[in-house]
Ligand binder design. Structure first.
Ligand SMILES: [Zn+2]
Length: 576
């Protein structure tokens, strides 16, 4: 801002209007006055022009600083929003400044003006007299019409960061000969949220409080009280109890806080803040050495962070965030907060999924299916889509390769003579020993060869009666085409180079592949839902359902847990 303004002054190209934006208390009106001084300063000798470094001692500088300059008119649009207020102001625009170089209008909270007031103002902004400057201040530029914005030089005042605030407040406290504990100052700076004014007023209150206290030091505890923050130690106790799955203990501490007047939503916000803090120092412990960090955050924070994993902290964050919105939207906020704590305790009680898999792996060396309940709002990091077919893992074509003795016997039916190969398919004749050993392998072959309709028919409407290499007997349902047997036979002979006889039978035969899959899926689902881990998850997240079941080896699972940003996960909705 200083650079832009300096350039404009040196080039003698001053804009007619400025707009200053930023959060409340960041210094917008103070900055407006500094700009007013820069524009009207005449220097110590009384002969100077506009300057980026106003002298601070000339009559104009002094009058503006003391808020009594006749040509610098301040107006709070929050209290004077009407078109008449603006008319009155604009009427004055016509007259030359009494004393100074420019007549300067500072309009605070300009977004509060009514639209007719904005319209009246706009006319003046379009053709402003040479001797007039406008300086607007607002917290919400979005509410200022673009037509107005486009005629202003805009300056965005950034939120003042905590370190700067702390340094500033410390120097103020020093001037006031007040002693403020480091943690207390940190709390004040954090509560100020980038606003110098808010922070200063908090500091003021804190010092006034402490003046009556013994020793006169502003303690962290006193500031906590003043800000209505829950006791820092108790928040740590509460968090630790919940994370250790100690439901009773957690609820006791919560009730203690609640009885002492703590707002349940504030307690959850504190827990969220703590979760964020723990995650931060978990990832970079040096953050605990920063300015304004309280003793408890430093000591208990570091030791607590050590006991928790980043994925656990992530889940905790999500659970608390969801819980906070419940607490805020429900009339019985204390009950809602208790439920959140219970969920948190149950979640923490569950073994870390990664640890669980390691345990299972160590126990058996085999890979049991790891069912996953889709209960958390985040997508579960499934690695592989669940295929309905249970035979995917089995080699389809290669099982009999190279073993002559399983070659199907060619049948001497002249009608079944394979036609001349004209297709662009892989030259199967070069590998004649594709011994198809099961009906499932044959069906899979139709999928591989993209005979989708036949494949679907074989799965859904065909019962296997008998399977021998080279001869299949099937019973078809009415939905299957009447020439199914001929076509299957023709394709198989074509693809394998061997004769395959496909006959139709009246016998009942086996269930269709679909029926078998449905049974298997139901069994799988029952097994997954009955798994203690899933049961615990369903209990901890009321209303959660098992959406998808994926089977992974422990290695795959660990990869998926560690690689959380795997976005293109596929889950298959259960359709049965
Ligand atoms: Zn001056």
């Amino acid at each position: 801002m200083v650079r832009t303004l300096t350039n404009a002054i040196h080039a003698d190209r001053l804009p007619h209007a400025f707009i200053l934006t930023g959060v409340r208390g960041v210094g917008k009106t103070s900055t407006a006055r500094i700009i007013a001084r820069a524009l009207n300063c005449v220097g110590e000798d009384g002969n100077g022009g506009p300057t980026p470094e106003s002298c601070g001692v000339c009559a104009h500088c002094l009058a503006i600083t003391e808020d009594r300059h006749v040509d610098v008119i301040e107006m709070d649009a929050a209290s004077r929003t009407g078109v008449n207020d603006i008319r009155e102001l604009i009427d004055g625009v016509r007259y030359r400044p009494v004393d100074a170089r420019f007549k300067i209008y500072i309009i605070d909270e300009v977004h509060m003006l009514s639209s007719s007031a904005f319209n009246a103002l706009l006319k003046t902004l379009e053709e402003p007299p040479e001797h007039v400057k406008f300086i607007f201040a607002t917290t919400e530029t979005r509410k200022v019409p673009v037509t107005v914005l486009s005629r202003c030089q805009r300056f965005d005042l950034r939120r003042v960061d905590a370190e700067t605030l702390i340094a500033h407040f410390n120097s103020v406290a020093e001037q006031e000969s007040a002693s403020v504990a480091e943690g207390a100052m940190g709390l004040i700076a954090r509560a100020a949220d980038g606003s110098v004014r808010d922070g200063l007023s908090l500091l003021d209150q804190a010092i006034a409080h402490a003046g009556t206290a013994e020793g006169g030091e502003v303690s962290e505890e006193a500031v906590r009280d003043m800000l209505g923050l829950a006791d820092g130690g108790l928040i740590y106790d509460l968090f630790a109890a919940a994370m250790q799955g100690m439901v009773d203990e957690a609820l006791n501490i919560f009730n203690q806080l609640y009885d002492a007047g703590a707002d349940p939503a504030i307690v959850l916000q504190d827990l969220l803040q703590l979760t964020h803090w723990l995650t931060r120092i978990k990832l970079s412990p040096s953050a605990a050495e920063g300015q304004g960090i309280s003793q408890i955050d430093r000591d208990r924070g570091l030791s607590l962070a050590e006991t928790l994993s980043v994925p656990t902290l992530g889940r905790t964050w999500q659970l608390l965030l969801k819980g906070l919105s419940e607490v805020q939207s429900l009339p019985s906020s204390a009950q809602a907060a208790e439920m959140v704590l219970i969920r948190l305790a149950y979640m923490a009680d569950l073994p870390n999924p990664a640890d669980l898999v390691r345990t299972l792996k160590d126990d058996s060396g085999a890979a049991p299916p790891v069912p996953q309940a889709a209960a958390s709002p985040s997508p579960s990091p499934d690695l592989a889509p669940t295929h309905a077919s249970q035979d995917d893992s089995a080699p389809r074509m290669a099982s009999g390769m190279g073993s002559r003795d399983v070659m199907p016997q060619p049948l001497s039916d002249p009608d079944q003579t394979p036609p001349i190969q004209e297709t662009q398919q892989a030259p199967l004749l070069e590998e004649p020993n594709t011994g198809l050993q099961s009906y499932e392998q044959i069906v899979a072959m139709f999928e591989d060869r993209r005979e989708a309709i036949l494949h679907a028919t074989l799965i859904n409407h065909v019962h296997l009666v008998r399977f021998e290499v080279g001869h299949i007997a099937l019973r078809t349902e009415p939905e299957a085409p009447s020439d199914l047997a001929t076509r299957v036979s023709k394709f198989l002979s074509e693809w394998t180079g061997d004769q395959w006889l496909v006959s139709l039978s009246e016998e009942i035969g086996a269930p269709t592949i679909r029926e078998q899959q449905d049974v298997q899926e139901a069994e799988r689902r029952g097994k997954a839902t009955g798994h203690p881990l899933v049961q615990a998850a369903l209990e901890a997240f009321p209303g959660a359902t098992v959406e998808a079941i994926t089977e992974q080896t422990p290695e795959e699972f660990l990869d998926s847990v560690e690689d959380e940003d795997d976005d293109d996960t596929e889950t298959e909705k259960a359709d049965s």
